[in-house]
Design a protein around this ligand. Structure first.
Ligand SMILES: *Cc1c(COP(=O)(O)O)cnc(C)c1O
Ligand code: SF4
Length: 443
């Protein structure tokens, strides 16, 4: 029994109450909701008909500071806000709800509005779906040579939903957009045909909503599959933030640790790509214990987050977060730019400001935190980092580079775009110095 090798479970049992999931149909039962005005509650209801909404008792009781609502970053992260929709979209849905419209009409209207919110930026699904034995595989993306993204179909939900999330079409049951893949042997088969792959990244949703037994089916397919070229396994998750008990006191938490140990014993690097948006998420007793336990097992924890207006668009928030991550033995990894989907007008931070926030935060931390790379846009051609704003020959330009590119030759080659104060995303940029196209557009 693997779990005898580390601290017994009872030391981690800080006995959370039963996991309560609150969603559209029952969120009004949350006692703390009564601190809001009827208008605020109605606004949540309206927006939650369109954007995903799910919270739980840990988030409500331990992450959100209800004395600080409506400005509390954890509240904004988890509870839909009126301004996340345009006034027209809001009023349209609010009207239907107030007049008790037919549920079918409400549903169809919600769908229409969602389709106007760019649910699939960059054609992500189509462009990166691998072809294997002549057929496209669902539930996988293979965009960068070394790394395969795998979306286990049981991990396409989350312990709570982030209001900014670009994965939101997956939670809303829009079937044609949903990644699904049940067969671990398709994964195995694909990996054995692709000797160039060193990393598999399990993602979702949140793969940490899966039972340990389910996860181990997929991991065993890699461990038992004669795939020595697959050296690193990563799991993207927000469970350390939204439900740290997943690693402590959930019924199969000990089994989960045993599954992780097995991966590490196979000689592989196991990394949790932890999603933290705010230092507060790292500071609860449960989060700290969960991080400690994972590190004892030998799991590396690397941290990433988008930069989000209303939540973390402040250098002090980032420097505090990186310092806290490093103190607890985690590794700051990526700062992302919020992508052009859903409520981007609400969360978006202009590129020049994103760079300033990154730079100011970076200046406040020691080298141990400077493993973080950003601010970066995960766009169609690749992951593009904003190196900064500079003046060349009296012209203001953005200097940029690829951290990852569709073609490996693109990586680390600096390039320049015309300075644009309002640019939020790659689409808003044009090449500097009168060039017709960016170098990567020509090929
Ligand atoms: C970010 C990302 C990866 C991983 O890139 P690393 O630089 O290795 O962290 C892999 N695939 C896709 C599609 C990504 O966006
Ligand atoms: S946990 Fe991740 S996938 Fe889930 S809603 Fe938040 S950002 Fe999206």
């Amino acid at each position: 029994m693997g779990h005898l090798n580390y601290l017994p479970n009872y030391l981690y049992s800080i006995a959370p109450r039963k996991y309560m999931a609150y969603m559209l149909h029952n969120f009004k039962k949350i006692p703390q909701i009564q601190t809001l005005s009827p208008e605020q509650i109605f606004a949540i209801e309206v927006v939650a008909h369109i954007l995903p909404f799910k919270t739980n008792n840990y988030v409500v009781e331990q992450l959100i500071d209800w004395n600080n609502v409506p400005d509390d970053p954890m509240f904004i992260l988890n509870f839909p806000q009126k301004n996340m929709l345009s006034p027209e979209h809001f009023d349209r849905m609010a009207g239907l709800i107030s007049e008790n419209a037919d549920p079918v009409v409400i549903r169809d209207t919600a769908h229409e509005i969602r389709m106007e919110l760019n649910p699939q930026p960059d054609g992500q699904m189509e462009r990166n779906r691998p072809i294997h034995k002549g057929k496209p595989i669902r539930g996988m993306q293979h965009k960068y040579r070394e790394t395969v993204l795998f979306f286990p179909s049981q991990g396409q939900t989350c312990h709570a939903y982030c209001t900014f999330c670009f994965r939101w079409p997956q939670f809303l049951g829009i079937d044609e957009l949903r990644f699904a893949m049940k067969e671990a042997d398709v994964l195995q088969d694909y990996l054995s045909a692709h000797q160039e792959v060193t990393d598999v990244l399990f993602t979702g949703g949140d793969p940490m909503v899966m039972k340990a037994d389910t996860l181990s089916v997929y991991l065993d397919a890699i461990l038992d599959g004669d795939l020595p070229h697959v050296k690193n396994i990563r799991i993207g998750t927000k469970a350390l933030s939204y439900w740290p008990y997943r690693f402590l006191s959930d019924g199969d938490a000990d089994t989960l640790m045993a599954v992780f140990r097995k991966v590490i014993r196979s000689g592989r690097h196991l990394a949790l790509m932890a999603h933290f948006n705010h230092p507060h998420e790292l500071q609860t007793e449960a989060a700290e214990k969960a991080i400690h336990r994972l590190r004892q097992v030998g799991v590396e924890i690397r941290c990433q987050s988008p930069l989000l207006a209303h939540i973390n668009d402040d250098p002090d928030v980032w420097s505090a977060m990186w310092k806290e991550q490093v103190r607890q033995g985690c590794i700051p990894y990526y700062m992302f730019i919020a992508r052009d989907t859903g409520a981007q007008h609400y969360f978006g931070v202009p590129l020049h400001r994103a760079w300033k926030i990154y730079r100011q935060a970076y200046q406040k931390v020691s080298g141990l935190s400077r493993t973080v790379r950003g601010p970066a846009m995960s766009a169609d051609p690749g992951k593009i980092q904003i190196l900064g704003v500079n003046e060349v020959d009296g012209r203001k330009v953005f200097a940029l580079r690829f951290l990852q590119g569709r073609k490996k030759d693109w990586v680390c080659r600096p390039f320049y775009a015309e300075y644009n104060e309002n640019a939020l995303w790659l689409d808003d940029l044009t090449p500097a110095f009168g060039k017709e196209a960016f170098f990567f557009e020509a090929s």
